[in-house]
Ligand binder design. Structure first.
Ligand code: SF4
Length: 452
């Protein structure tokens, strides 16, 4: 991308082969058309997988369009979270206030369903008109003797990461009254959302080596499991972008230490199982973890070798939510013989970008909070064969005639653990080596301007 085409305010958020000093974790630049989601979306993505909670969106109906059906988190119990509830604020409410409507919505839900847990999301409009959502929730809680927790998430009040923090604050509000519970031997898994059953894969691994899981946050979580969180002896933090803050607060307030893990890619999965066994188990757990990981890696080796000739030498672009996923993906691509030439995240932290800089080659482009124009230009320039991203990046790849892999919350197939490596490898191969790209090449050769 010619230097002159990069917006001046964006220059410090783009690095070339070097991730140190990249400006990140700040509000998006006005007018840059960020790919990043709003504060409310950040909070909702964290809390929505709690299966038996009611999620009331206090705002216009448009904010409520963000529902379960565009996210793939699964449940082993309640299906309540698949419903959407909105106060549907309209002109009259904006003039006279929406607090009464919100109180009535809570009363209606309590009357119909008698839930144990309700989250109320404050959206942009609630923030602009100044509804006291906290007070409405407080009064409803004492009126109904049920947990009604406000989520302070007006979309304009910061970045998506701020929404993560608001969600974590809401979880702390839920679990803090249970801080005095007796300790249980076992761990909490933070930051996996059970997309296509990935939390179950991780839980099965831990149980196979002898580690007990106390609560999952928030994939396949329930009210009863969440309130047990303070009794765990260790937090395993998978999606560091969304859960670092919760882990830090739990350490400060409940004395629960944490370690970072990632179950994306074979190497990271193995390291995470071994590390969890080292910290949460004894010698026997460690022995079992070594056998378990060696067996799984050996089984995976012959599978990966079969695919390698089809993948070696290709180039990948990555644009995902958090830094931990980008790092795991670069490692996974590298193990497959694929070079990452463009990599960006919505909510990466300085340490994530430093690590990314050590994993990519000298001229790879590293971006924080990218916009479509930057992604398109850099992907073309670097000759990427495939883009790994989420729902907002899919049309971008297809418009460029480029293969795409969905690694976000909308997908219906598991990409975590050793099973996930198999699914990921197959998908990358099928997508990147599809004959459709040859067909497209022929159409381009016919010089239609639409393809240039
Ligand atoms: S930016 Fe505001 S209006 Fe848009 S979805 Fe987020 S909270 Fe709702």
């Amino acid at each position: 991308m010619p230097n002159s085409q990069i917006l001046d305010e964006r220059r410090r958020s783009i690095g070339f082969g070097d991730g140190s000093g990249i400006l990140c974790d700040t509000n998006s630049v006005s007018g840059a058309v960020s790919q990043r989601a709003c504060v409310y979306c950040g909070a909702r993505v964290v809390l929505n997988p709690i299966t038996d909670a009611f999620h009331i969106v206090h705002g216009p109906i448009g904010c409520a369009s963000y529902t379960w059906d565009i996210r793939g988190s699964l449940s082993s119990g309640s299906e309540l979270y698949r419903n959407s509830f909105s106060t549907d604020l309209r002109e009259e409410d904006i003039i006279f206030g929406g607090a009464k409507k919100l109180a009535a919505a809570i009363d209606e839900i309590v009357g119909k369903y008698a839930p144990k847990l309700i989250f109320v999301y404050a959206t942009c409009i609630a923030g602009v008109i100044g509804d006291d959502v906290d007070a409405v929730c407080r009064e409803a809680e004492s009126r109904h003797k049920t947990r009604v927790i406000p989520v302070r998430s007006p979309g304009f009040s910061g970045s998506k990461s701020f929404g993560y923090r608001m969600a974590c604050d809401a979880i702390m509000r839920l679990i803090s009254p249970h801080a005095g519970a007796a300790k249980t031997r076992g761990v909490n898994i933070l930051g996996d959302f059970n997309l296509a059953g990935e939390m179950w894969i991780i839980e099965n691994y831990l149980r196979a080596v002898g580690i007990n899981v106390v609560s999952t946050v928030t994939g396949d979580a329930s009210y009863e499991a969440l309130i047990k969180m303070p009794s765990a002896e260790l937090n395993l933090v998978q999606c560091a972008g969304s859960m670092n803050y919760l882990a830090r607060r739990m350490e400060e307030e409940f004395g629960i230490p944490s370690i970072k893990v990632s179950f994306f890619g074979a190497a990271d999965t193995t390291n995470s199982i071994l590390r969890a066994a080292e910290v949460a188990g004894g010698a026997e757990t460690m022995r079992r973890a070594k056998i378990f990981t060696e067996q799984n890696e050996a089984e995976l080796r012959s599978f990966s070798e079969r695919y390698r000739p089809h993948l070696e030498g290709k180039k990948a672009a990555i644009y995902v939510g958090g830094g931990f996923k980008a790092i795991s993906l670069i490692r996974q691509f590298s193990a497959m013989g694929i070079e990452t030439v463009v990599v960006g995240t919505q909510t990466g932290q300085p340490e994530d970008y430093e690590t990314i800089g050590t994993l990519v080659s000298g001229d790879a482009v590293i971006l924080d909070d990218a916009n479509p124009s930057e992604l398109e230009t850099f992907m073309r320039e670097k000759g990427a064969d495939i883009l790994v991203g989420g729902v907002k990046e899919r049309p971008l790849a297809y418009k460029l005639g480029m293969a795409f892999c969905d690694h976000n919350h909308e997908r219906r197939h598991a990409l975590a653990g050793y099973e996930g490596v198999r699914n990921f490898t197959r998908e990358i191969h099928l997508s990147m080596n599809s004959p459709v790209w040859d067909f497209l090449g022929e159409m381009k050769a016919e010089t239609s301007p639409a393809f240039h």
